[in-house]
Design a protein around this ligand. Structure first.
Ligand code: HEC
Length: 192
């Protein structure tokens, strides 16, 4: 299962932190439509391997809620391009690391096919005013030295920084203590 462990290495920076839930209808269905529908859509009468992304029972067979490493959907799309089971075949139009991370997160969160029931977290408090418009994405570094591109979204209390990861558009609540000293300083100064 090495390929699962290597999924979006950069994202492991934030794996243990609170993340806004992935929305199937808004984030996963469009992705599958774009990558898989030409061969796997009941609506389009294309069901290769008798699998359709728009047949709930087919999808449910391919994902195991909370267990991405046992979900054949994620496993097949994560295979190397030259593996005969990789999807899409031969790795053409394959999902990129950010998309794989999103799919993985959705499965980890329970592979919900319905609209999100959980309300979004309260707006960050204490976010400093940002003169000159929205802050640009910057490199943030965790205590272990891993870098990731993200935009400062504000603080949650004194010890948690909200960072929007550029690659996924997801906002993560990251404990200040898990960041490098320089990134902690950056957060305290409001990401400037
Ligand atoms: C260009 C056509 C094509 C595209 C695009 C494609 N597939 Fe497939 N897929 C196939 C074919 C052909 C098979 C049957 C392969 C076989 O049985 O050996 C298959 C089989 C499968 C199966 C196996 C069903 C089963 O249980 O045996 C799954 C799951 C699957 N595809 C998922 C996906 C996903 C997810 C995507 C998008 C990321 C995708 N495929 C994109 C052609 C495609």
């Amino acid at each position: 299962m090495k390929y699962i462990a290597s999924l979006g290495l950069a994202f492991s920076l934030f794996v243990s932190t609170q993340v806004l839930a992935v929305d199937y209808a808004k984030q996963i269905a469009p992705l599958l439509n774009q990558k898989c529908a030409e061969c796997h859509s009941a609506k389009r009468n294309k069901t290769k391997g008798d699998f359709a992304i728009d047949r709930l029972e087919d999808m449910q067979k391919q994902v195991k809620a909370g267990e991405p490493q046992k979900s054949s959907l994620l496993i097949t799309v994560s295979l190397p391009d030259d593996d005969e089971d990789v999807m899409p075949p031969k790795g053409k139009n394959k999902m990129n690391a950010a998309q794989l991370a999103l799919l993985k997160q959705w499965i980890e969160e329970g592979a919900n096919f319905t609209a999100q029931a959980t309300p979004p977290p309260a707006a960050p408090t204490g976010a400093p005013a940002t003169p000159g418009g929205a802050p640009a994405a910057q490199k943030w570094t965790n205590a272990a030295g891993k870098e990731i591109d993200a935009t400062f979204e504000g603080m949650q209390g004194a010890d948690t920084v909200l960072l929007k990861v550029t690659a996924t558009g997801l906002v993560h609540a990251v404990p200040l203590s898990s960041l490098s000293a320089a990134s902690q300083e950056l957060a305290k100064k409001g990401g400037m």
